[in-house]
Design a binder for this molecule. Structure first.
Ligand SMILES: [Zn+2]
Length: 275
C-alpha cells in the first residue's frame, strides 16, 4: 500500500509536469473506485490550469482556480505522466490530459479515489479531521508527547491513527519504533518526554530515508509504464519474522495488533516498562 513517502515522491514526480499545465480532457474509464468519480469533472476541468500540486496526508491535491482535484492511491494505485494518446491498460481508470501529456491513474484493486473539492478544500470531511504532518517543521518530541498524553492505546496504533499523526502506515510505524527502541505495545501515554523526542526523530528519519530511496525512482514517473512507484528498501523489522535483527541478531517477532501484523525485535525493543 502506498504510504506517505510514496505519495510525496509521486507528488514530486508529477509536479514539474502538471504545474501551470492546462487541462484539455478528462477521461474516466471506470468511475467505480472507492467513491464514484464525479461526472462533472469532464465538464469542469477542461480549460482550467493547475495552480499547485500539494499533499495532505496520503491525498494528492491538484489545485485549480475554483477547486481541488483530490487523488488517493488506495491499496494499489499509482500515477504516471505519459504522452497523450498512450493506450490504456485494463486498470487505467482515469486520465487527466493536459495537451501533449497525460496523468494516468492505474489502480488494480480500485480502492483509490478521484474527487472534486470546492474551496476551502481543508474543510472537506476527508481532510478536516486529519492529524499533524510528521514531516512538517513543527513536528517533534513535544508535539508528539502532547498527542500521546493520557492515551492507553499501544503506541504503534497511536502512530497509525490518522487523527493524531497522518501518513504513518504499518511499515513506517514498525520501523520507526524499532529505530527508537520502543516496544510497539507500550501504552502511548506512558512514553517519557525523552522517548517521545527519540520517537519523533526516528519517525522523521524513517520517512526521510524512504524519501531518499524513492528520489532515485523519480524518473519512473515520466514516459514509463512500469510497475508502481514503490521503491526497494531494507527494513529492520517489517516483514522479517524469524530473521536475525540487523542490530543484535535476535529473531524478529511477529504479533498481531489492531488486526495488523506487527514486527519487533524482542531484545532491542523491550516489553513495556512504563518509561
Ligand atoms: Zn535487535
Amino acid at each position: 500500500m502506498p504510504e506517505l513517502p510514496e505519495v510525496e515522491i509521486t507528488r514530486r514526480g508529477v509536479e514539474p509536469w502538471l504545474l501551470n499545465a492546462t487541462v484539455s480532457e478528462v477521461v474516466v474509464r471506470q468511475p467505480r473506485l472507492r467513491y464514484e468519480v464525479p461526472a462533472l469533472l469532464r465538464e469542469r476541468l477542461p480549460g482550467q490550469t493547475v495552480r499547485a500540486v500539494m499533499r495532505r496526508a496520503k491525498y494528492l491535491l491538484i489545485h485549480f482556480d475554483d477547486g481541488v482535484l483530490l487523488i488517493h492511491l488506495g491499496m494499489s494505485g499509482s500515477l504516471r505522466v505519459l504522452p497523450a494518446g498512450t493506450p490504456a491498460g485494463l486498470h487505467d481508470h482515469f486520465d487527466l490530459v493536459c495537451g501533449s501529456l497525460l496523468l494516468r491513474l492505474r489502480d488494480p484493486r480500485r480502492f483509490g479515489a478521484v474527487l472534486w473539492l470546492a474551496h476551502p478544500a481543508e474543510a472537506h470531511p476527508l481532510l478536516a479531521s486529519l492529524g499533524v504532518e510528521p514531516l512538517d517543521e513543527g513536528f517533534g518530541g513535544a508535539a508528539l508527547a502532547a498527542l500521546l498524553r493520557d492515551r492507553r492505546t499501544p503506541v504503534k496504533l497511536a502512530l497509525m491513527d490518522s487523527h493524531l499523526v497522518v501518513g504513518v502506515g504499518n511499515i513506517y510505524a514498525s520501523e520507526s519504533l524499532f529505530r527508537a527502541r520502543i516496544h510497539p505495545a507500550t501504552p502511548a501515554g506512558r512514553l517519557s518526554a525523552a522517548r517521545c523526542v527519540r520517537l519523533a526523530r526516528c519517525l522523521r528519519e524513517t520517512l526521510n530515508a524512504a524519501l531518499e530511496a524513492g528520489g532515485s525512482s523519480l524518473r519512473d514517473f515520466v514516459h514509463s509504464d512500469g510497475a508502481s512507484g514503490y521503491f526497494q528498501q531494507q527494513y529492520f523489522v517489517y516483514g522479517r519474522e524469524g530473521e536475525a535483527c540487523r542490530v543484535c541478531g535476535a529473531r524478529i517477532t511477529r504479533s498481531v495488533m489492531g488486526q495488523r501484523a506487527t514486527f519487533h525485535c524482542p531484545r532491542c525493543q523491550r516489553v513495556p516498562s512504563g518509561g
